[in-house]
Design a protein around this ligand. Sequence first.
Ligand SMILES: C[S@@+](CC[C@H](N)C(=O)[O-])C[C@H]1O[C@@H](n2cnc3c(N)ncnc32)[C@H](O)[C@@H]1O
Length: 365
Amino acid sequence: MSDLRSEVGDLLSQATLRYSMVWEDDELLRQGLRIAPTDDVLCICSAGDNVLSLGLAGANTVTAVDMNPAQTALLELKLAAVRTGSYERLVGVLGLADGAPREHYRALRDDLPADAAAFWDEHLDLLEGGVVFAGRLETYILGFARAHLAELWPDDLFDRLVRATTVEAQATLFLGEGLTADFEERFSWYFGREQMAANGRDPAQFRHVQDGDVGGYFLRRFTWAMTHTRLRDNFYVRAFLSGSYGPLESGPAYLRPSNFEALRLAAARVRVVTGQMEQVLSQYGPFDKGAFSDMFEYMSPELAADVLAGLAAAFRPGGRLAWWCLLVPRPVKGALTPLDGLADSLWEGDRSWFYRSFHLGEVSG
Ligand SMILES: C[S@@+](CC[C@H](N)C(=O)[O-])C[C@H]1O[C@@H](n2cnc3c(N)ncnc32)[C@H](O)[C@@H]1O
């Protein structure tokens, strides 16, 4: 199978924490993949949030793969906190509670695999500052709220938006007071291709992007999210606008206090692999369900088709694969039957709003 090294493999294999949370709506995965208790699931690791969510959905096993060792170290940290401690340890080490993350880290360090412990020993600064929002992308995203929103919005607008009980009331507030000409101009500039490539993502991650007006596209999608999803049900937008999840019971599945006991059981069924998906795949599997983030975004159409065929071959008949496309279209092809009706209707409620499409493909029986 083709080697991604010619694409962004070298770049993404560097141990820099690029993503400290997952900005991909786990509800789309849960509803699209319909996890059964016998399912063996393969999932891009990223920050691990959706790996844990699919475990909580009841999968038999979840294999998490990422070529960036910083990403797998983050999931290992979360797993060790769950294995060795309480809910307080989990939120404590992630910087989501009062107290020193470093103390929590000390208490769980010996339970980490050597590579992950070595990574965190060298990056205690990331833990100190609250690792959940310390990724390169999160630092950039939250920079908008910190440096710009305070100037653009009245102090209490975010709170009033969160308190809105209906999406109509929230939309009226946003369109009336939030979406000013200054906001539009600053948002499109900040989330435009040039600024994002320099600070949030990387120029190589835009290699196959053809849409010239990236900032305008993100502004349209953000406006959609603010007028079609309620902030009180949407932690992705709450985090985007405030650098906080707000009440954790309505945050990511793995952080909900009511899920913690189930999380302990799910954590024991997670396997973490550092490596390039298409290279490590043959050592594991077969699988029933797969979640691939937007990994095809960084590949040429030919390479994406080649990699997809290789992935499909590692799945049992009837297996389902899911992925997003952010800016680059990479639809279902080849060995998979598209489930476009279901995927499109799920995308219409996508709380993580960035993505231009969501895809589901089924492996023929
Ligand atoms: C695909 S990225 C997407 C993040 C975000 N949606 C974006 O586009 O900026 C999520 C994770 O996938 C990992 N990744 C991407 N391609 C991969 C591959 N071929 N094999 C293993 N991990 C991969 C990255 O290292 C990263 O941690």
